[in-house]
Design a protein around this ligand. Sequence first.
Ligand SMILES: C[C@H](O)[C@H](O)[C@H]1CNC2=NC(N)=NC(=O)C2=N1
Length: 93
Amino acid sequence: MPVERLSAAQIEQGLEELPEWGLDQRKLYRHFVFPTFIEAWGFMSEVALLAETQNHHPEWTNVYGRVEIYLTTHDAGGISERDFRLARAIDLL
Ligand SMILES: C[C@H](O)[C@H](O)[C@H]1CNC2=NC(N)=NC(=O)C2=N1
């Protein structure tokens, strides 16, 4: 299934419905802070399952309780609807 890169206007519009997310390095970006490493890791495990279900995977970093997530679509060379779908699912966790 081909996937298309969204325009800057489409990205701005999409972000209006995702107030916790922003743009960083031309990717959808959100960070989370948990009290402990193990809680951060538990969250990441849930995101990993979502990513597998959607066949769409985050770029992320974890330092102790902090998790930074960057979403982009390599196949499309930019942000696509698949990034918004994953971001919305992460927000529902
Ligand atoms: C073949 C398969 O659909 C691709 O490799 C998928 C897997 N997960 C992916 N995840 C992300 N973030 N971007 C992609 O382009 C991507 N491509």
